[in-house]
Design a protein around this ligand. Sequence first.
Ligand code: C5P
Length: 235
Amino acid sequence: MRIEEKIIVALDLETSDEAMDIVLKLEGHANFFKIGLGLLAKGGLDLAMELKEKNKSIFLDLKLFDIQNTIEKAVKNLSSLGVDFITVHGDPQVVRAAIMGRETPKTKILAVTFLTSLDRKDLDQNLIKYGKLPNLVEKRAEIAVRAGADGIIASPQEIKLLRKNVPCSKKLIVTPGVRPKNAKLYDQKRVSTPSQAILDGADHIVVGRPIYKSKNPLESYLSIASEIADVKSKN
Ligand code: C5P
């Protein structure tokens, strides 16, 4: 896989115009972009279509969760846009409906296990059964994969665990919470460097603010790309 396919740039900007501005600054280098809920009411889906027309890869991070009928229809219509990744919650009913709904297996369905913003106390409040968070993440990932998910969204702490788990080991692992050394963390707590995430087994890393908030987004992107290239050349 080429480096520009490994780095997914999260376009968490205020408007699609601002997001497009970042895409243009990275033109000729970055090729994979993530559009999330924040941009939805500001032309996010039009932006996804426009970028697809320019042959970019698109990750629609909408973390869908609903009854099967609704998920099936939502995923059918979203995958008809030609997007590459769509996220859904990892409940097996939701994953199965997403797989049923997608128009083409080229649209990969990625499952979210537990949001990384949740800790054990939050899970108690949500009536999630007792157990250590990493064990629950692993179990939930396994259930999602058995239901047909093509991959899992995993925090840097979870990559190794999932790479060792059958049946998750051979699936796509996509990892946010990535920060180059000395980069500002913002609200991410448990982070990993781009090279470490790739060494641990991530197929793709998702990086947002270290790129789009940088004074020179292209320079920041290229420095992440060269860090990954170093790892790949040594392995
Ligand atoms: O700006 P930053 O690099 O922290 O962006 C990370 C992106 O990954 C954001 O779009 C965020 O919503 C997303 N994400 C995350 N943690 C998860 C799932 C998604 O940070 N567990």
